[in-house]
Design a protein around this ligand. Structure first.
Ligand code: ADP
Ligand code: MG
Length: 234
């Protein structure tokens, strides 16, 4: 589903070249729940940006859902971001003047009549435990609830890939675990889920932990010490 081959992303900073990613080879299959782990500055966000076509490599190739990102024109990129990858941000990025229901409805660009779109958005909000918060504005929701709205906005689409950049970063541990449970359920349902974190404890619930260090893959495999059921983290 995701294939990165000899991929590098280099930045020119004044006289210096900085490699955010260097010579990455990585394959992630459909239905995998992969966590990208690493300290600040190790290249995690750059990696997600490659997978979601928000940025492109300076050398090497990124192929996602069978499409090579480097060769895409603006129209292809627009379609790719709408139909292939859903992105969940650390800071939620909800529209402050829209209710939870409206955020999910418009973020999802759901096809079909408006009534049906509303029903689906409400249904997904129910599934993330916000059935009684449909008409609340983001400022009336806790951080964990806002993140669940952002997740609902990704779930209401049928996009095969969900990427999340430190979605638990601003949340307390327990709430972070609930967010991971929701994301894991998506992988079980067959979507490919890639979650960035710098929290090693949280990475223990993944099928696979891809550890980055200074733009390179330092290790890749099941979590050290074996996979922990999410219930162990409560
Ligand atoms: P992480 O998400 O793991 O904290 P990033 O992917 O954001 O790391 O960044 C990786 C490295 O690339 C860092 O050293 C960062 O300073 C550098 N970098 C990221 N974006 C830019 C940019 N726009 N210009 C220059 N350097 C950048
Ligand atoms: Mg980052």
């Amino acid at each position: 589903m995701v294939l990165l081959e000899g991929l590098s992303r280099r930045y020119q900073v004044g006289e210096n070249e900085v490699y955010a990613l260097r010579d990455i080879d990585l394959e992630i299959d459909q239905g995998e729940f992969a966590v990208v782990l690493g300290p600040s500055g190790s290249g995690k966000t750059t990696l997600l940006n490659m997978v979601s076509a928000l940025d492109s490599p300076t050398s090497g190739r990124a192929t996602v859902a069978g499409q090579e990102i480097t060769g895409m024109d603006r129209g292809d990129l627009f379609r790719f971001r709408r139909e292939v990858v859903s992105f969940i941000f650390q800071t939620f990025n909800l529209f402050p003047t829209l209710t939870a229901l409206e955020n999910v409805q418009c973020g999802g660009e759901i096809a079909g009549p408006a009534r049906e779109a509303r029903r689906r958005a409400a249904d997904v909000l129910g599934r993330v435990g916000l059935g009684d918060r449909l008409h609340h504005y983001p400022s009336e929701l806790s951080g964990g609830e806002q993140q669940r709205v952002a997740i609902a906005r990704a779930l209401v689409t049928e996009n095969p890939i969900i990427v999340a950049d430190e979605p638990t970063g601003d949340l307390d541990f327990r709430t972070g675990v609930q967010i991971l449970e929701l994301l894991e359920a998506q992988a079980v349902a067959g979507r490919t889920v890639v979650v960035v974190t710098h929290n090693r404890e949280i990475s223990r619930v993944a099928d696979r932990v891809i550890e980055l260090s200074s733009g390179r893959i330092a290790s890749d495999g099941p979590p050290a010490g074996g996979r922990a059921p999410i219930s162990d983290l409560h």
